[in-house]
Design a protein around this ligand. Structure first.
Ligand code: ATP
Length: 358
């Protein structure tokens, strides 16, 4: 990794649980800590913040935060922390909640101002409202803006959507996506929601029983047949795409993707927008020749990287190299034998359906 943000080997001992996590996270983008309930996501996040006592080493962008007996206290670590439930000052209005931390940052250290944070989280109409008159989603947006106004160099978020209903989650996700595109500070984000992973993660850390099972870029881990994500029914690749053309007549949009173009249902996004495209493994089939007179619009040249047994004994998982990224195909073992598929073979990936991630 060229630009390392967090470089850590952290241990936390609890009565019946031990965290022993080695990880390196990049200094940009959203890194998601992912894993089942109780695997240690919150424990690791709190150890990074210095909120719980940890052993080991931790540095951030080369600065030592923990090393043996040396421990930089939380209030001296330049980080913002967003908890599952926003703890606001209920008797204050939104503006006063926001300025609370902001005033304590010296002018020279400020890299985001009140207007920017308010605009980024869409809080203008709420500034005069008292905190106890906000919905759960609005409270969480205020909590995120308040964390940003302390001008952190690292933002830690512990399941910020977990206590919200579906509508509030849908309301807040676009704001989190904006953080992603408009701010350059790295975010470490805890969730066990696959949807949030797909929408937000650039980088993924898979935790299992207190240990890091894998750590890498989102699509690298999603398409790794040795990891549990590729064995899910919903196994999918998430690739980056750019909107290239809208066809109002046929109600379709075309996107540039690694290795070619793909067509999806007409999108309202402007041409040139960079977005994410989710391609389910079960929606990809393989052919040895380019499709001829097929109803499938999407076909990309690809090279087989590997073939791995699937949970279903009648099927195989095929990882396909598109050049700069990979996708998965779930096909029958019989087809694989009939087509004599093997690593290194050039094929055509026929994609029945692909969806913009939103
Ligand atoms: N304060 C504590 N004292 C003792 N044990 C704790 C404490 N906090 C967490 N644990 C235990 O540590 C383990 C990891 O908990 P942690 O909250 O980090 O998991 P998690 O992956 O964040 O889970 P979830 O997704 O359910 O929030 C669990 O077994 C939990 O019971």
């Amino acid at each position: 990794m060229s630009d390392v943000g967090i470089d850590a080997h952290l241990q936390v001992q609890r009565d019946d649980f031990r965290l022993d996590a080695r990880l390196q996270l990049p200094s940009t983008g959203i890194s998601v800590l992912f894993g089942r309930s109780g695997c240690g996501k919150t424990t690791l996040l709190r150890a990074i913040a210095g909120l719980d006592r940890a052993q080991g080493q931790l540095s951030f962008c080369g600065e030592r935060w923990l090393d043996g007996t040396y421990c930089l206290p939380t209030h001296r670590r330049p980080l913002g922390y967003v908890f599952q439930e926003a703890s606001l000052f209920d008797h204050l209005d939104v503006r006063d909640n926001l300025t609370f931390g902001y005033r304590r940052v010296t002018r020279a250290e400020r890299h985001i101002d009140l207007d920017e944070a308010t605009a980024l989280l869409g809080l203008e109409p709420l500034l005069a409202r008292r905190a106890n008159q906000l919905s759960g989603g609005q409270r969480q947006r205020v909590a995120i803006a308040r964390a940003l106004l302390t001008s952190p160099r690292l933002l830690l978020m512990d399941e910020p959507l977990a206590s919200l209903d579906l509508d509030s989650k849908a309301e807040i996700l676009p704001y989190l996506e904006r953080l992603h595109t408009e701010l350059s500070i790295p975010v470490v984000y805890v969730t066990h929601s696959p949807d949030e992973v797909t929408r937000l993660a650039d980088h993924l850390v898979l935790l299992d029983a207190g240990q890091v099972r894998a750590c890498g870029s989102l699509n690298e881990l999603l398409t790794d047949p040795g990891l549990p994500l590729a064995q899910l029914d919903e196994a999918a690749a998430v690739i980056t795409a750019t909107l290239a053309e809208h066809d109002a007549h046929y109600h379709l949009s075309t996107l540039n993707v690694p290795g070619g173009t793909l067509t999806v249902a007409l999108s309202g996004l402007p041409l040139g927008t960079r977005t994410r495209l989710r391609i389910l493994a079960r929606d990809v089939s393989l052919a040895l020749a380019p499709p001829h007179r097929s109803s499938i619009l999407n076909s990309l040249p690809a090279r087989i990287q590997d073939l791995t047994p699937d949970r279903d004994p009648g099927r195989l998982l095929v990882r396909l190299d598109l050049g700069s990224t990979s996708i998965l195909a779930r096909i029958t073992r019989r087809s694989a034998d009939q087509l004599e598929l093997r690593p290194g073979l050039d094929v055509y990936a026929q994609i029945k359906s692909a969806a913009l991630v939103r």
